[in-house]
Ligand binder design. Structure first.
Ligand SMILES: O=C(CO)[C@@H](O)[C@H](O)COP(=O)(O)O
Ligand SMILES: [Fe+2]
Length: 220
């Protein structure tokens, strides 16, 4: 089978927040492609992470693509502020958007790539009328809100469904898989159709995070 090299997006949520600059530099000096930044508002998800000032500081030193995953209600209120804070990709949750098409146009109009995230219970068919406009589909493989959870097995089928929709619509969207990705399941996630792997705990709890990023990238 053809070897596919995925893009790797370490999630800063699992970093040591007392030494956040050190961890960003570790990612800068690794084979990671994107830096995944999880924003939680305590409303859309039952947790609060970090917000605009932290992202503005981190993107000043990040040399990777800054991939911001918004787990917030009313993302349209903050899209411009995230663009100014240095987001290169802005992903909103379909479950949080009443006017998704408008939200996507807004993100692109601000000069960012636009992504849509699906919670585990959300069906892929909901993307049918928006897929052609997307740069990224983020498939949640855990319920959003926390790092360190177990990968939901049904996600493999969901990735295949998203891939089929992309192929049939002629969309150029990439598929990013987020939650519980490990060295053990990453091969199967890629084989199902993922282009980008988010990894939080797998990277930051590794003895050698740089080596773990390399291993995830070349494991397919
Ligand atoms: O969006 C989220 C969680 O809601 C993720 O990006 C996690 O931060 C991934 O962490 P791990 O599951 O890889 O530890
Ligand atoms: Fe995320």
């Amino acid at each position: 089978m053809e070897k596919k090299t995925p893009l790797i997006a370490p999630s800063l949520l699992a970093a040591n927040f007392l030494e956040i600059g050190k961890d960003v530099n570790m990612i800068n000096n690794s084979e990671a492609d994107w830096l995944h930044l999880d924003v939680m508002d305590g409303r859309f998800v039952p947790n609060i992470s970090f917000g605009l000032p932290v992202i503005a500081a981190v993107t000043k030193i990040s040399t990777k693509v800054n991939d911001v995953h918004l787990m917030i209600e009313e993302p349209e209120k903050y899209a411009e502020a995230f663009a100014k804070a240095g987001a290169n990709i802005l992903t909103v949750h379909i479950e949080a958007c009443r006017h998704l098409h408008r939200n996507i146009q807004q993100i692109k109009g601000l000069g960012m790539k636009a992504g849509v995230a699906l919670n585990p219970h959300t069906s892929v068919s909901q993307l049918e009328n928006i897929i052609a406009d997307l740069d990224l589909v983020l498939v949640m493989s855990v319920n959003p809100g926390f790092g360190g959870q177990h990968f939901i097995e049904k996600t493999y089928e969901k990735i295949r469904q998203v891939k089929a929709l992309i192929n049939q619509s002629g969309s150029k969207a990439l598929i990013e898989v987020d939650g519980g990705v490990t060295l053990d399941n990453s091969k199967a996630v890629i084989a199902a159709g993922a282009d980008v792997l988010v990894a939080g705990n797998t990277v930051f709890s590794a003895k050698d995070p740089v080596e773990m990023i390399r291993a995830l990238k070349h494991n397919s």
